[in-house]
Design a protein around this ligand. Structure first.
Ligand SMILES: [Zn+2]
Length: 279
């Protein structure tokens, strides 16, 4: 997902700004929303001087148009009357895309704070530093910054008897029954290109060539930076990795299965490949 062009990322509140703004209040990935206009499929986040629930760890995360955006953590078990707390991924298509993207930034900032309250080296408490970007140990001075996990995604294609075909797979850990491009996390000392070749070999037993960079995108579940590639099939028979890949097949572009959500980099990658093949 992408932050909208009208969003200006900030790490602290500009001194001259008025109080108030949009509140992205979360509890471990669940976002506080309410039904705008009384309709359950049109959600909004609270706006005003203060959020409607007790919060801690309040941090300014940016400006959407000219409105300040605040991230804050709550541990309220039940949302107050008129509000709901739901996992951010379940709010796609109900919350405006721009608010989903800003909530993704809030989720990463809040999760970093929640999971780095103590130093990983000496276990002493940490405190915010560098205007809230990082956390510094109060004993040994070790500083850490929000964790980002680079991950690659690759869409393998080949020329089949009836035209261009896409290799799509469905995995054991998928949240919904869709077929998608292959993906995996980069390992220490590995390049993105090495990661692509290794993951394709491990997950489906194929060789690829002709890697082409497609684009990158933040995927805050919980902190991935997805880097997407196109690749040409270079040999091998599909052999699904046990425990990871449930099924993988070559799909002609005219007969594609259920695909990932339009806000995902996977879907943009697949749509691009289809458009390129139809050109
Ligand atoms: Zn320390």
């Amino acid at each position: 997902m992408f932050l909208p062009a009208t969003f200006t990322p900030l790490w602290s509140s500009p001194a001259a700004s008025p109080p108030g703004g949009l509140w992205f209040v979360m509890d471990r990935g669940r976002l506080l929303t309410f039904a705008a206009a009384g309709e359950a499929d049109t959600l909004a986040v609270p706006q005003g001087d203060a959020p409607p629930v007790p919060v801690e760890g309040v941090q300014c995360i940016g400006l959407l148009d000219d409105v300040l955006c605040w991230a804050a953590r709550t541990e309220t078990e039940a949302a107050p009357s008129g509000f709901t707390m739901e996992p951010l991924r379940r709010l796609f298509d109900r919350l405006p895309d721009e608010l989903v993207a800003v909530a993704g930034r809030a989720a990463q900032v809040l999760e970093f704070d929640r999971t780095h309250r103590h130093c990983g080296a000496c276990a002493a408490p940490t405190e915010a530093c560098d205007q809230g970007r990082g956390r510094r140990c109060t004993a040994c001075g070790d500083v850490c910054y929000p964790r980002l996990a680079p991950a690659m995604m690759v869409l393998v294609t080949r020329e089949g008897p009836g035209g261009r075909e896409l290799l799509l797979a469905t995995g054991r850990r998928f949240a919904s029954p869709v077929y998608s491009a292959l993906a995996g996390f980069v390992e220490p000392s590995e390049s993105l290109e090495d990661c692509v070749r290794r993951e394709v070999q491990e997950e489906v037993g194929l060789r690829v060539r002709g890697l082409r960079y497609f684009g990158s995108e933040c995927w805050p579940f919980p902190h991935s930076l997805m880097v997407a590639f196109m690749a040409e099939y270079d040999g091998g028979e599909i052999r699904c990795e046990e425990g990871e890949i449930v099924d993988a097949q070559w799909f002609p572009i005219g007969r594609l299965p259920a695909l990932p959500h339009r806000l995902s980099v996977a879907r943009r990658l697949i749509d691009f490949a289809v458009a390129e093949a139809e050109r």
